[in-house]
Write a protein that binds this ligand. Structure first.
Ligand SMILES: [Zn+2]
Length: 397
C-alpha cells in the first residue's frame, strides 16, 4: 500500500511540475509545442487515477479478507492451546530445510507465525522470521496475504509489532475477530466449551473418565524410553507445560510415539472409583502418522517430589512464552514409575478443541507429591470434569 501511495504522490508531483513548466513554455513558444506536453500530462493523470482505483479496490479486498480470516484466527487460538510445544516448530523448520529451491515468502511467513505461537511475539526469533518474510515479500503482490496473516494473528490475541504497517483503516470497532477464551470456571467453563469448540459438546469419546470396572483385558505392552534434554517450561495460561526435545519415546507394542510435552492438572482429571488424586501429569506423544497417545501418571499427596521441585522452581508464574532454563538438564523419566501396568481407553484432548482419537494409558502406580508442592502449583483447579463413557470399554492389565 505504501509503495502505491508513494507512486501516486510521485505522479502527482510530476504533474504539478509539468503544469508549471507548461505555463512557462506556453507563454514562451506558443500553443503548438505545448500540446504534446499536455497530452503526456493527461496520460499521467489517467495512470494516477487507475492506480488510485486499484489501491482502493485492494484496500476493500483486504478489509473483506480480515472478516474471512476470523475462523482462521479462532483455529489459531485453539491450535496454540493444543499444540504450543516446540516440536511442531521443529517439524516445520525441518520441513522448510528439506524443501528444494528458494523458500517462498508464504512459507517464511508460516515459520514466523509458528515461532510466534511457540516462542511468543517478543522473541527475537519470531521478529527475525517476520522481518525475513517482509524482505522476501514483493510488497505489491504479497501485501494482502501478509496483512491478512497479521490481522489474523492480532485477532488471535498475539501482539503483532513487525507488520504494524498493515493496520487497516475502518477495521477498528467492527468486523474484528476476537480470540476464543476458555477456562475451568465461570462464563467459559467446561460446560460452555461446546459453544465455541463443537467436539467438546457433541463428542462421544471424550476424556477424562471415571475409571471404574468391569475392565477388559489390556493387551498393550508399554515401554518408556525418555532421554535427558534441555529444560523448557511454559505457562500457557491453563497449565504448566514442559516441552521435550526429540528423542524421548513411548513404545506401544511395536508402534513408536515421540514425547512432545508433559503438563499437569490439579486435581487429577481422571478419577479412580469416583475419586480424583491430588494431581496428574499427562505425557503427550505423537507417532509418525500423527496419532496422539497420553500417558497419565497420577500424583498422590505424600512425600516431596524432587523432579516436581525442579520444575516448580523454574515455572513462570504468569502466562507467557516458553522459557529455556539456562544450564538445566531434565529427564522426564524421573516422573514415571517403573511399573507400567495401566488402565487404557480411547479418548480426546481434555482441553479445547477436545479432538478425539487420543489413546489414554493411566498408570496404576502413582508417584508422590508434597502437600505444599500441590498448593504451590499456580493453577488452583485446571481439571475438566469426567465425561460419559458412552459404551466405551476401559482396559486394564
Ligand atoms: Zn492434560
Amino acid at each position: 500500500m505504501k509503495k502505491h501511495l508513494r507512486l501516486i504522490l510521485e505522479i502527482l508531483m510530476g504533474l504539478l511540475l509539468a503544469g508549471a513548466v507548461t505555463v512557462a513554455y506556453w507563454s514562451y513558444t506558443g500553443k503548438s509545442h505545448v500540446m504534446g506536453e499536455l497530452t503526456e500530462a493527461s496520460e499521467g493523470m489517467e495512470e494516477a487515477q487507475q492506480e488510485l482505483d486499484k489501491v482502493s479496490k485492494e484496500l476493500k479486498e483486504a478489509q473483506e479478507k480480515v472478516a474471512e480470516y476470523e475462523p482462521a484466527a479462532k483455529q489459531m487460538a485453539a491450535m496454540k492451546d493444543a499444540f504450543s510445544n516446540g516440536v511442531v516448530l521443529q517439524d516445520y523448520e525441518a520441513f522448510i530445510k528439506a524443501q528444494k529451491g528458494p523458500i517462498i515468502s508464504e512459507r517464511q511467513l508460516g515459520l514466523g507465525a509458528l515461532r510466534m505461537l511457540t516462542k511468543g511475539a517478543e522473541d527475537p526469533d519470531t521478529v527475525s522470521a517476520f522481518e525475513k518474510a517482509l524482505e522476501m515479500a514483493e510488497w505489491t503482490s504479497r501485501l494482502k496475504s501478509i496483512c491478512a496473516a497479521q490481522n489474523a494473528l492480532a485477532a488471535a490475541g498475539q501482539k503483532v509489532k513487525v507488520l504494524a504497517d498493515c493496520a487497516l483503516e475502518g477495521s477498528k470497532g467492527h468486523g474484528k475477530a476476537h480470540a476464543v477464551h476458555w477456562d475451568y470456571v465461570g462464563e467459559m467453563g467446561p460446560d460452555k466449551w461446546g459453544s465455541e469448540f463443537p467436539t467438546c459438546g457433541n463428542g462421544t469419546k471424550q476424556s477424562p473418565l471415571n475409571i471404574v470396572g468391569p475392565f477388559e483385558k489390556s493387551k498393550d505392552v508399554l515401554a518408556v524410553s525418555y532421554k535427558e534434554g534441555a529444560l523448557k517450561i511454559l505457562n500457557n495460561g491453563h497449565t504448566i507445560q514442559v516441552n521435550v526435545e526429540p528423542g524421548s519415546t513411548l513404545k506401544i507394542n511395536k508402534d513408536v510415539y515421540n514425547l512432545l510435552q508433559f503438563h499437569f492438572h490439579r486435581p487429577s482429571e481422571e478419577q479412580i472409583d469416583g475419586k480424583p488424586m491430588a494431581m496428574v501429569a499427562h505425557f503427550v506423544h505423537k507417532n509418525a502418522e500423527g496419532k496422539l497417545a497420553v500417558l497419565g501418571v497420577l500424583l498422590n499427596e505424600g512425600k516431596d517430589n524432587d523432579a516436581i521441585k525442579t520444575i516448580w522452581d523454574k515455572a513462570p508464574k504468569a502466562e507467557g512464552p516458553e522459557l529455556v532454563v539456562e544450564g538445566a538438564k531434565f529427564n522426564p523419566a524421573v516422573l514415571v514409575p517403573a511399573a507400567l501396568t495401566h488402565y487404557s481407553y480411547e479418548g480426546s484432548l481434555t482441553t479445547p478443541p477436545c479432538t478425539e482419537g487420543v489413546n489414554f494409558y493411566i498408570l496404576k502406580t502413582t508417584m508422590d507429591i508434597g502437600k505444599k508442592q500441590v498448593a504451590d502449583f499456580p493453577f488452583k483447579k485446571n481439571a475438566r470434569p469426567v465425561q460419559p463413557l458412552n459404551g466405551r470399554k476401559i482396559n486394564a492389565n
